[in-house]
Design a protein around this ligand. Structure first.
Ligand code: APR
Ligand code: PHB
Length: 390
């Protein structure tokens, strides 16, 4: 068995890369460790940059997103009881974001791939990468108890933070940069109308809170919690009480409570691996970097990588030159580090750091005061939020 490109992982990165390459006539095989249903059960952020929507459109996967996605022209910051709207459309010359769950993006990409007839192996166990330091890499795996092998020109490692691709690179060839934040996010999904038609990011002395949504009838809320917290400790009532305490009174009064349909705790981490190319192996998405969820950059950053990688691979197959492959890592990393800076800075502004000296608290106050008084500061925040152009 031989394919031009073997993609490891059927998360949003692997599926979007597969769709863009398929459209360019490049033959791909996707190997995914989990089942389709398992992948679709993961709940993640839900704010898409215009660039991400554009890529999904180009891949032919944006029809439902364009029908059901909610276009947002702004978001709100709550800070120590004060309310500040960031008018992203006015501040960025007309750009907006689209609220549409990552789970739905993944579902649309999976259905598109199935309809295209391009091969995907779910529940591929023991995936291993071989010979990617030369022109004929191979991938082996176990499927229904049988050993399988595929040769290829290129391996795309789109298998997330815990995947096998990054782990297959010799330790001396890769450098990693990491910050683990001393708290987590407790998230609740509920079939209740959102408390506001725009997202609210709240910094409060009890900790951060976020009001988000999946639709006009389904809300997604988060509160900052301890890193070692146990989700079983949190009843729905405790969650709703804590959320309302952290919002300004007007927003708190609008919160409609109801039974949670999902409740989970996510850790917060910033992480970048460099470089992203190792011979014929390329890393993209969460395999290469993690951002804390503040600002919802994870999926958007993955889409940026896939944009650069698909361009490089299409150029490689058009003229058989390695030139385009050579530039992928630097192009993608330039955008990645800027988004890392954005996510780190919004996280630092809005969270409670128990160990912070009073000086750091004053820095948070000063940054919020600057956002209130300076349109330039608000514009910088809005530009980061809508995402850098490719
Ligand atoms: N073999 C095959 N597949 C694997 C392996 C492996 N050894 N290890 C992991 N995978 C699969 C995972 O099961 C998962 O479905 O790779 C996929 C990676 O998907 P994601 O973790 O969603 O990563 P990515 O596609 O890069 O998406 C980035 O998703 O994680 C969020 O915050 C992130 O929003 C961002 C986006
Ligand atoms: C979400 O809707 O889950 C979400 C939205 C915005 C964020 C993070 C998560 O910054």
């Amino acid at each position: 068995m031989r394919h031009q490109v073997v993609i490891i992982g059927a998360g949003p990165s692997g599926l979007l890369l597969g769709a863009l390459l398929h459209q360019a006539g490049i033959d791909t095989l996707i190997l995914e460790r989990q089942s389709r249903d398992y992948v679709l059960a993961r709940i993640r952020a839900g704010v898409l940059e215009e660039g991400t929507v554009g890529l999904l459109r180009r891949a032919g996967c944006a029809a439902r997103l364009e029908r059901e996605g909610l276009v947002h022209e702004g978001f709100a910051l709550n800070f120590a009881g004060q309310h500040l709207r960031i008018d992203i459309k006015a501040l960025t010359g007309g750009r907006t974001v689209t609220v549409y769950g990552q789970t739905e993006v993944t579902r649309d990409l999976m259905e598109h791939r199935a309809a295209s007839g391009a091969p995907t192996v779910y529940e591929a166990r023991d995936v291993a990468l071989h010979d990617f330091d030369g022109p004929n890499p191979r991938v082996t795996w176990t499927q229904d108890g049988q050993s399988r092998e595929a040769g290829c020109d290129i391996i795309a490692g789109c298998d997330g933070y815990h995947g096998v691709s990054r782990a297959s690179v010799p330790a001396g060839a890769i450098e990693t940069f990491e910050r683990v934040y001393p708290f987590g996010w407790l998230g609740v999904l509920a079939d209740v109308p959102p408390c506001s038609h725009e997202l609210i990011y709240a910094g409060h002395e009890r900790g951060f809170a976020l009001c988000s949504m999946r639709s006009n009838t389904r809300s997604r809320y988060y509160v900052q919690c301890r890193s070692d917290d146990d989700v079983k400790r949190w009843s729905d009532d405790m969650f709703w009480d804590e959320l309302r305490r952290r919002l300004d009174p007007a927003a708190a009064a609008q919160v409609v409570t109801g039974p949670s349909i999902e409740k989970s705790i996510a850790p917060l981490r910033s992480f970048v691996a460099e470089p992203l190319r190792f011979g014929r192996l390329f890393l993209a998405g969460d395999a290469a970097h993690i951002v804390p969820p503040t600002g919802a950059k994870g999926l958007n950053l993955a889409a940026g990588d896939v944009h650069y990688l698909s361009e490089a691979l299409i150029a490689f197959y058009e003229d058989r030159s390695e030139g385009a492959l050579d530039t992928y890592s630097a192009r993608a990393l330039d955008r990645i580090w800027k988004a890392e800076r954005f996510s780190w800075s919004l996280t630092t502004l809005l969270h409670r750091f128990d160990t912070s000296p009073p000086f750091e608290r004053r820095m948070q106050d000063a940054e919020f005061a600057l956002l209130r008084s300076s349109e330039t500061a608000r514009r910088a925040l809005a530009e980061g939020y809508v995402g850098l152009p490719y």
